[in-house]
Design a binder for this molecule. Structure first.
Ligand SMILES: Nc1ncnc2c1ncn2[C@@H]1O[C@H](COP(=O)(O)OS(=O)(=O)O)[C@@H](OP(=O)(O)O)[C@H]1O
Ligand SMILES: Nc1ncnc2c1ncn2[C@@H]1O[C@H](COP(=O)(O)OP(=O)(O)O)[C@@H](O)[C@H]1O
Length: 332
């Protein structure tokens, strides 16, 4: 029995518009659930792991996912619709513990492949991420590719790293200016600036530096997803933290640029007088003095200081622009 009724999410997400079911929700029973059809597929023939029906509030949503790989969580459990009473389903009593949480969804592209029950279709997943349980990724019809087409560029992250005084902020601005003049949209996330707002709760202890970088990595990822060329300008002294940010993005979208200026040059520049204070012991844990800087291994671009300050910030920016051009970042 199939009334051909199409269930739509309150947000009219296209992902579930092909979902057809038989009777209205109120009269669903373990038997009638067998009539549910998903994109023309009769789910009665499928094993239990591929037939999860989600009740979200009082409306039915389609949620197909692989509970087999689920991460255990005391707060939630998988419910096989065949073992549930129709009254429970109809009353929406199951919404808070309907799913066994699955591996956290990392980005809008990654959830749509291996974890899907049906190849070639997009399905939404309930997941547990950090301290958030039972959260549902919401997909929008306009995606990164659409925005990139609009902007005629590739959303990516240019991650500038180097000692304090190496020229990160100067290069970030020169780069942004050069991109702007070419009609490319960029945005600079500068460590100093972000510490005035979003990250004003963080110190320069190792743990807080890591958190600083993690947050900026996440924000940069959003900018890249928006189609913007995001330039970050942070010391980001620890390799592991930078690699963590790299891992957030698709291959090729994280461009690490090491501004390789030796400590003695940075110290001679000392535009803020911080090295002097650090040498005098008035600032503790200053990068390069009594806190480590770990240079990258095999990053995309190295801008090596040549001994004299002969390479202007604009020339350095040109080198990065060349990399972007060669790697197709300046076209959609
Ligand atoms: N202890 C210590 N170590 C290093 N730097 C210090 C410190 N205290 C303050 N500052 C100033 O803060 C700027 C670095 O902030 P970041 O957010 O880029 O640092 S980090 O990536 O979290 O390590 C850095 O700015 P830049 O000179 O632009 O790099 C310094 O001016
Ligand atoms: N390519 C360069 N050559 C010479 N001096 C530079 C260059 N880039 C930046 N500077 C100078 O170095 C100092 C530190 O630059 P800044 O961009 O603030 O570094 P950071 O952001 O890494 O601390 C500033 O006085 C700046 O004018």
């Amino acid at each position: 029995m199939n009334t051909g009724q199409s269930l739509q999410s309150p947000t009219s997400c296209g992902l579930i518009q092909d979902f057809e079911c038989g009777p209205p929700v109120r009269s669903l029973s373990p038997t009638t659930l067998g009539f549910m059809k998903l994109c023309g597929i009769d789910v009665t023939g499928l094993d239990h792991s591929r037939r999860s029906l989600a009740l979200y509030g009082h409306s039915v949503r389609l949620n197909l996912f692989k509970p087999i790989n689920a991460k255990e969580d005391s707060g939630a459990s998988l419910i096989d619709e065949c073992s549930r009473k129709s009254s429970d389903l109809a009353a929406g009593n199951l919404k808070s513990n309907f799913f066994k949480p699955i591996k956290a969804k990392e980005d809008s592209d990654s959830s749509l492949n291996d974890d899907c029950a049906f190849t070639g279709e997009k399905f939404r997943q309930i997941s547990t991420v950090g301290n958030s349980t039972n959260i549902l990724w919401h997909e929008c019809p306009i995606q990164k590719g659409d925005r990139q087409k609009l902007l005629q560029q590739r959303g990516c992250v240019i991650w500038l790293t180097g000692l304090s005084g190496s020229g990160k902020s100067t290069l970030a601005c020169a780069l942004s200016q050069s991109l702007h003049s070419r009609g490319k949209l960029s945005y600079v996330l500068d460590g100093d600036n972000i510490r005035h707002g979003l990250n004003c709760d963080l110190s320069f202890g190792a743990e807080d530096r890591s958190e600083n970088i993690r947050r900026i990595g996440e924000v940069a990822k959003l900018f890249a997803d928006a189609g913007v060329i995001c330039i970050t300008s942070l010391i980001s002294p620890y390799r592991r933290d930078r690699d963590g940010c790299r891992a957030l993005l698709p291959e090729g979208d994280f461009i690490e640029v090491f501004i390789d200026v030796p400590l003695h040059v940075c110290e001679a520049r000392d535009p803020k007088g911080l090295y002097k204070l650090a040498r005098a012991g008035k600032i503790k844990g200053f990068t390069g003095i009594d806190d480590p800087y770990e240079p990258p291994y095999g990053c995309e671009v190295v801008l090596q200081h040549t001994g004299i300050d002969s390479v202007s910030p604009n020339d350095l920016a040109d080198k990065v622009i060349s990399y972007l051009e060669e790697n197709g970042c300046l076209r959609a």
